[in-house]
Design a protein around this ligand. Structure first.
Ligand code: SAH
Ligand code: SF4
Ligand code: F3S
Length: 440
C-alpha cells in the first residue's frame, strides 16, 4: 500500500474560496492526497488567494517567502497558488517566487489532477483560462463521509457589475449560474452527510438564474425547492447586490421558514455622488427603500453590509452621508474597508484622498458600526433563539453554534449534540458572541 501524500491548503478571502478549497481537497483526494493541518509535513501546499485589496495580495508573497525553505527539508514538496491572485497575476507569480510549481485560476480547479501529475514530473503548471466547461460539472462528486452541520454551496460565480474599484469581474469572470438540478442534488448529498444548514454562495448570488427542470429558476425559486428537502432546516445566501433583490426573493423572506432572518446586502457608500462614481447603479435612497420593503416582509431580519471609505473624491459631506445611512439602517454586522487601489480597475486612474483623512473616517465609521452591533447583540439578552450546534466549546459541557441571526452562541451545560437545533435563552452578550442556556 502506498502512503498517502499530504496536502496543506491555506485559504484567504471570501467564502467562495472556502468552498473551493473543500472541493480542491476532494479533487486531489482522488490522486492519493489526504489533508494535513500543518505546512511542515505537507507534500503539496496550496495557497487559495484573494486579490480584493492590496494587502491581501501582498500577504501571498510574504507567505510564499516563508514557505520556500520547506523545500530544502522536503525535496518532494510542491507549492501551488490558486484563487484570485493566481488569476490576476498568472505567470508573474512564478517569476517573483520561483519556488512556486503550480498556478491555477478559480475556474480551472477540475484540471488540478492533471496539473498535479505534471508538477510531480518536475515541470511547472499554469492554468488561468476561463474554460468552456463548467468546473463544478467536472470536479469529482463529493465524498460520503459525515461532515460539519453547516455547509457552503456555491450556486453562482463571477460578476457583471463592474464596480469601479473591484477586481472580481476580472478574477472570477462573467456571471455564471450552476444548474438548479445540480445544486439540489448537491444539497441532498450534503444533508445525507449530516448537513442541516446551507449557505448558498455567489459573488452576486441573488442574480442566480440556473437551469431547472421547467426552465430557468431564480434564487427565490431555488430557495423554495431547497426548503422542501427533508432535513435541510436552514438556508442562507450571500453576497447579494441591491439591484438584484427582486420581489419574489423579498417575499420568500416572509414565507419560507427555512430562510434565515439575516441578509448581507452591501451598499459601499451612502453618498449618491460616490455611488455613481463607483458605478453602483443604485442610490442611497433606493437602497433604504429596498430595506424597508425587506423589513416589511420579515420585520426581525438582521442586516449586514460592506462599506468602502476614502474612495477617490469622497468629501466630508459624502462621508457624513454614509454615516447617516448607517444610522438609519442599524446593521447587526458591517464590514468597512479603506479604499485600496486595484491595478486594471477604472478607479485606479483617480487621485487618492489624503491617507490620514481616510484613516480617520474608517475609525469613525467602525466605531458607529460597533456601537450598533453591541446594542443589537445586547437586545438579544433574555430572548429565546434557536441554535444550530456546530462544535464543543472551550469549557466542559459547553457547546458552540449559530443563532438564526448568525450570532455565535455559547451554550453552557448543554444537553445538545453537534448537529442539533435547540432552543436557548440568552443570558449574556459578550464582545463577539452570546452566552445562553438551553431550554426544552
Ligand atoms: N460581490 C460582493 C463582494 C465583493 S468583495 C459584493 O458585491 O458586495 C467584498 C467587499 O470588499 C466589497 O463589498 C467591498 O466593500 C470591498 N472591496 C472590494 N474592492 C475593494 C477595494 N478596491 N478597496 C477596498 N475595499 C474593497
Ligand atoms: Fe465587485 Fe461590485 Fe461585482 Fe461586488 S458587485 S463583486 S463589489 S464588481
Ligand atoms: Fe477575494 Fe476573489 Fe473572493 S478577490 S473576496 S477571493 S472572489
Amino acid at each position: 500500500m502506498t502512503t498517502p501524500k499530504k496536502l496543506f491548503i491555506k485559504t484567504y478571502g471570501c467564502q467562495m474560496n472556502v468552498y473551493d478549497s473543500e472541493r480542491m481537497v476532494e479533487a486531489l483526494g482522488g490522486e492519493g492526497y489526504v489533508e494535513t493541518k500543518t505546512a511542515d509535513d505537507a507534500d503539496m501546499i496550496l495557497l487559495n488567494t484573494c486579490h480584493i485589496r492590496e494587502k491581501a495580495a501582498e500577504k501571498v508573497y510574504s507567505e510564499l517567502g516563508r514557505l520556500k525553505p520547506l523545500k530544502a527539508l522536503n525535496p518532494d514538496l510542491k507549492i501551488g497558488v490558486a484563487g484570485c491572485v493566481a488569476q490576476a497575476e498568472g505567470e508573474e507569480i512564478m517569476r517573483r517566487q520561483p519556488a512556486v510549481d503550480l498556478v491555477v485560476g478559480p475556474q480551472s480547479y477540475h484540471r488540478l489532477p492533471q496539473m498535479e501529475a505534471k508538477v510531480r514530473k518536475g515541470e511547472t503548471a499554469l492554468d488561468t483560462d476561463f474554460p468552456e466547461e463548467d468546473k463544478f460539472e467536472h470536479l469529482k462528486s463529493r465524498p460520503q463521509t459525515k461532515r460539519a452541520p453547516a455547509a457552503f454551496l456555491t450556486v453562482q460565480e463571477g460578476c457583471d457589475k463592474f464596480c469601479a474599484f473591484c477586481v472580481v469581474p476580472y478574477t472570477r469572470g462573467a456571471e455564471v449560474s450552476r444548474p438548479a438540478t445540480r445544486v439540489l442534488d448537491e444539497a441532498r448529498a450534503l444533508v445525507d452527510r449530516g448537513v442541516r444548514e446551507v449557505t448558498l454562495l455567489g459573488q452576486n448570488v441573488n442574480a442566480y438564474h440556473g437551469a431547472g427542470p421547467k426552465g430557468d429558476m431564480t434564487l427565490a425559486a431555488l430557495v423554495r425547492e431547497l426548503a422542501k428537502i427533508d432535513g435541510l432546516d436552514r438556508i442562507r445566501y450571500t453576497t447579494s447586490h441591491p439591484n438584484d433583490m427582486e420581489d419574489d426573493l423579498i417575499a420568500a423572506h416572509g414565507e419560507v421558514e427555512a430562510l434565515m432572518p439575516y441578509l448581507h446586502l452591501p451598499v459601499q457608500s451612502g453618498s449618491d455622488h460616490i455611488l455613481k462614481r463607483m458605478n453602483r447603479s443604485h442610490t442611497a435612497e433606493s437602497y433604504l427603500r429596498l430595506i424597508e420593503r425587506i423589513r416589511t416582509a420579515r420585520p426581525d431580519i438582521l442586516m449586514s453590509g460592506d462599506f468602502i471609505v476614502g474612495f477617490p473624491e469622497e468629501s466630508d459631506a459624502d462621508f457624513e452621508a454614509t454615516m447617516d445611512l448607517v444610522r438609519e439602517v442599524r446593521y447587526g454586522y458591517a464590514y468597512s474597508f479603506k479604499y485600496s487601489t486595484r491595478p486594471g480597475t477604472p478607479a485606479a486612474e483617480r487621485a487618492l484622498i489624503p491617507d490620514d483623512v481616510a484613516n480617520d473616517r474608517l475609525q469613525r465609521l467602525q466605531a458607529l458600526i460597533t456601537q450598533h452591533q453591541k446594542e443589537i447583540q445586547q437586545s438579544m439578552v433574555g430572548r429565546e433563539l434557536s441554535v444550530l450546534v456546530e462544535k464543543s466549546g472551550r469549557n466542559p459541557g459547553q457547546m458552540l453554534g449559530k443563532s438564526e441571526y448568525l450570532h455565535a452562541v455559547h451554550i453552557d451545560d448543554a444537553q445538545a449534540q453537534i448537529g442539533d437545533i435547540v432552543p436557548v435563552k440568552v443570558v449574556k452578550s459578550m464582545t463577539n458572541s452570546l452566552t445562553a442556556r438551553q431550554i426544552s
